[in-house]
Write a protein that binds this ligand. Structure first.
Ligand SMILES: *Cc1c(COP(=O)(O)O)cnc(C)c1O
Length: 353
């Protein structure tokens, strides 16, 4: 085994997906499994499908290419780049969109390939990331339906991503009202009303999801078992499906505060120290090139993370539950940011168990 390692427990991911798919399905909602936090790791996609996700979604074309052999619908989450129109049409069955120039380019690319490309129009309900401003959505839909090689599959929204706005009966109700207006005005049927991400789970739990919402795009909830509106743990899910493991390369008793005049650390910050006397310090061979150490929680409750530079993480193991020696492995829970960093780092060995 090579360290540092990011270890995924496939059965735990599958279980989490199953719990969430069942909760969603009780309210007529289907789950699209979002793979971007772990670079569309094929085993992650597989576990999501086995757990009940009906589609896979990712923000990057490069990741959808990795998923091309999965037969389920594939959704491109980030608004496409104009320069990627041909690839979007090739590798995504559905893309989320908000710019008419881009949608026209997708139309041309689809025409050239003899395809019809499906899109979900993103509506900004106030979170101020992507989407047409909600007031303009009905008119905008009228422009999309003129395009022959584009099918307007439905509407979607993204909340609690930039502005921190929490999904509610009111804002998702507005999305549903816009959808109904579009259906009546243009005489079309919208197949998908996509009600957000892991921050919309509380509406399913409280049975408050507006009836017409029939899809939800879940990443964090599946991989970490947390909802992202209030940061609550989701009942009957695992929070430890992913583990970061690192090897101890130095273990010594040393002072807790440095000796000498204090200048800057390796990242230009001025470090501050609490003097706790002599402590037992471990160096784990993992650093900022591998992970975001602020997003790690040691599984051994007696360990605390003192800091990290590019390649070294300093741990206080004075009160550790286990007796460590050089060469031992320490394990950590990851938060979303730490998982994203570890999954994208080429120095981290990716393991499935
Ligand atoms: C990342 C992303 C999601 C998934 O978000 P989670 O909070 O991880 O569930 C859903 N929709 C879009 C547009 C995204 O970019």
């Amino acid at each position: 085994m090579q360290y540092p390692a990011l270890i995924m427990d496939k059965n735990k991911v599958k279980h989490n997906t199953k719990v969430l798919s069942e909760l969603a399905s009780k309210h007529g909602v289907k789950v699209a499994g979002v793979t971007k936090v772990a670079c569309a790791w094929p085993e992650l996609a597989e576990a999501m499908i086995q757990g009940g996700a009906y589609a896979l979604a990712d923000s990057r074309i490069e990741n959808l290419i990795k998923l091309k052999n999965f037969s389920v619908p594939k959704i491109l989450l980030r608004i496409p780049m104009l320069t990627q129109a041909a690839d979007v049409v090739e590798y995504a069955d559905i893309s989320l969109n908000s710019e008419i120039e881009v949608i026209k380019a997708l139309n041309e690319a689809a025409k050239a390939k003899g395809k019809v490309h499906q899109i979900i129009l993103m509506v900004d309900l106030g979170d101020l990331r992507e989407g047409v401003w909600f007031v303009n959505a009905v008119a905008f839909a009228g422009e999309i339906i003129k395009l022959e090689n584009i099918k307007l599959m439905g509407l979607g929204t993204n909340l609690t991503c930039y502005g921190g706005v929490i999904p509610s009966i009111e804002n998702l109700g507005t999305l549903v009202k816009i959808a109904e207006e579009i259906e009546v005005k243009y005489g079309i049927k919208l197949e998908i009303i996509s009600g957000g991400n892991s921050s919309s789970i509380h509406l399913l739990q409280k049975s408050q999801m507006p009836g017409k919402v029939n899809q939800i795009r879940l990443g964090e909830a599946i991989v970490l078992g947390t909802e992202s509106a209030y940061g609550e743990r989701i009942e009957d899910t695992y929070s430890d499906a992913f583990t970061l493991a690192a090897e101890i390369v130095e273990l010594k008793e040393k002072p807790s505060a440095p000796i000498g005049e204090i200048g800057m650390d390796a990242f230009g910050g001025k470090p501050v120290f609490v003097d706790k006397g002599i402590i037992k310090r471990a160096i784990a061979a993992v650093g900022r090139q591998d992970v975001k150490h602020e997003g790690l929680t040691p599984r051994d409750k007696g360990i605390s993370i003192l800091g990290a530079s590019s390649d070294h993480m300093i741990l206080d193991v004075t009160n550790a539950e286990a007796g460590y020696k050089v060469g031992d492995i320490v394990e950590f829970d990851v938060n979303y940011g730490a998982l994203l960093a570890a999954a994208t780092s080429e120095y981290v060995n990716k393991i499935v168990k």
